[in-house]
Design a protein around this ligand. Structure first.
Ligand SMILES: *[C@@H]1O[C@H](CO)[C@@H](O)[C@H](O)[C@H]1NC(C)=O
Ligand SMILES: *[C@@H]1O[C@H](CO)[C@@H](O)[C@H](O)[C@H]1NC(C)=O
Ligand SMILES: *[C@@H]1O[C@H](CO)[C@@H](O)[C@H](O)[C@H]1NC(C)=O
Length: 483
């Protein structure tokens, strides 16, 4: 069992223990359409709307109360600037999780004049999971009533509202968006919850018609549909699956154990949600590191992306992850992919490497370890380990590699074929050798294509366990030859 599977299992045991004893009878989502329940006895609103401040991002110092107009001025709500509405998810402790003030703080740092409102539905969010999941409809109604009230009484333009919902909060945001008199500007779904929602009707989950623009980050979709923590299917105009969406780097068991050793078991809950919560930190990253925007690329499948086949930016095929997303609305949801680092800043630089292998003798090898080094005008990224699934004589392959550093314009490329860790008799009889004439490299971030030629001659011979082969830009290579 891999560490990721372990964590998923762990989380499910955790959920079963805390959530479902005796409550399973109520798991079916209500069949009542939320519209029929709507409005507008303000007394029935249970959710609270806290206007947070940059000075005290983790304190509820002032609530906007629907029906009580004076609270708007009391809280120093800025009528002319935009408003963020943050909706949290399910909670074991009944308290705000530590990401809430972090997100509030990042929103204010990026948009100092904005209003950041945190929706407090903690009481309903603290129930057995299926109960809380159903409450998202009521929370959505509360938020919609609140927004319509802002529109009706102080003529606050709904077009200035951006709702951010995490986990169950993403579906609450969707319900809210579907009920408001006019459409809100944007809803960002941060790893919308999966269980009980994967197959639910659009009215009770986040969907593209809930706002002018809906963007979604999927970060913890490992497992079978409806069992995975995050919803697997696309639910917005743009659905981004960082690192394939199933699991995030830095969230493995080793990391978890290290954190437990450091911080004790108190934070286990936080650890288990590492990949789930990564969606929020990716968004925070996009707010704080304006100069390091992560790029995502449209692709039909995770597998094609892993081969580096989807690094094009033509016709909106690439987009910026997070706050500065380019609001492209297609007829259908657009699935996009990218790799990230394990911590902030998350940005990496993607490259497609295309290689034709040739040799006199036929040879096919699988799962071979290679070390790739890239050298550029601004830096280098050396000995990046990659495992190549298959190489066969006289075939062309495409791979995705990525660097954490911006190395500038690529100048040189080095490849080393490592020996398998175990000793094999076949090494004595087989010549593990492939020749390479050219390597084509395409960069996603810079949208540049380059061709590299062997530094030594017409072609380079890549041999298992031997010296690395070196490639330089072809034209320079030609120039040198002339000198
Ligand atoms: C309200 O926001 C606007 C920008 O949208 C800004 O110019 C103004 O100073 C803000 N007002 C207050 C009282 O902060
Ligand atoms: C691969 O292609 C080259 C050139 O087309 C040819 O000379 C060589 O014999 C081929 N190798 C095999 C194993 O067929
Ligand atoms: C290599 O394999 C290909 C296809 O499997 C075959 O057509 C070719 O003749 C082989 N070449 C040699 C040199 O064995």
């Amino acid at each position: 069992m891999s560490s990721g599977e372990f964590l998923t299992l762990f989380l499910w045991i955790h959920w079963l223990l805390t959530c479902c004893s005796g409550a399973l009878a109520t798991t079916e989502p209500s069949k009542t359409s939320p519209t029929t329940l709507k409005k507008t006895d303000f007394n029935s609103i249970e959710s609270k709307f806290s206007l947070r401040t940059l000075e005290e991002p983790d304190d509820d110092t002032c609530y906007l109360v629907p029906g009580q107009e004076h609270t708007v001025d009391q809280c120093n709500f800025n009528h002319t600037s935009k408003t963020f509405v943050v909706i949290h998810g399910w909670t074991v402790t009944g308290m705000f999780e530590s990401w809430v003030p972090k997100l509030v703080d990042a929103l204010y740092k990026r948009e100092p004049d904005s209003n950041v409102i945190v929706v407090d539905w903690l009481t309903r969010a603290q129930q057995h999971y299926p109960v809380s999941a159903e409450y998202t409809q009521l929370v959505g109604q509360d938020v919609a009533s609140f927004i319509d009230w802002m529109d009706d009484t102080i003529q606050y333009p709904i077009d200035n509202i951006h709702i951010l919902g995490y986990s169950l909060g993403a579906h609450a945001a969707g319900v809210a968006g579907s009920l408001t008199n006019k459409k809100v500007n944007r809803i960002t779904g941060l790893d919308p919850a999966g269980p009980t929602f994967e197959y639910a009707e659009n009215a009770i989950i986040l969907s593209p018609d809930d706002a002018e623009f809906v963007d979604v980050l999927h970060t913890y979709t490992r497992g079978s549909p409806d069992r995975s923590i995050g919803i697997q299917k696309p639910v917005g105009h743009i659905d981004i699956y960082p690192n394939g969406g199933s699991f995030q780097p830095g969230c493995n068991l080793g990391e978890a154990l290290r954190l437990i050793a450091e911080k004790g078991f108190g934070d286990v809950d936080q650890l288990v949600k590492c990949s789930h919560e990564r969606s929020i930190h990716l968004f925070i990253d996009s707010l704080l590191y304006e100069e390091k925007p992560s790029m995502a690329y449209r692709c039909n499948s995770k597998e094609a992306f892993e081969k580096g086949l989807c690094l094009s930016c033509r016709k909106n095929r690439c987009n910026t992850l997070g706050y500065k997303v380019n609001k492209v609305r297609g007829k259908r949801s657009t699935k996009m992919y990218l790799k990230t680092r394990a911590q902030m800043p998350f940005k990496v630089f993607h490259y497609q490497v295309k290689v034709h292998f040739f040799a006199k003798k036929n040879l096919t090898v699988t799962d071979q370890p290679f070390l790739v080094s890239l050298y550029g005008t601004q830096g280098e990224s050396v000995n990046m380990p990659i495992t190549i699934p298959e190489i066969s004589t006289n075939k062309t392959y495409s791979y995705l590699i990525y660097t954490e550093l911006d190395i500038g314009d690529l100048l040189m490329l080095k490849i080393k074929w490592e020996k398998d860790s175990y000793f094999s008799w076949s090494d004595w009889f087989t010549a593990y050798l492939f020749n390479i004439q050219k390597i084509r490299v395409k960069s996603g971030e810079f949208q540049k294509k380059l061709v590299f030629c062997s530094k030594e001659g017409n072609f380079a011979s890549l041999q298992r366990g031997k010296e690395p082969v070196v490639f330089v830009k072809c034209n320079e290579h030609a120039k040198k030859k002339q000198e």
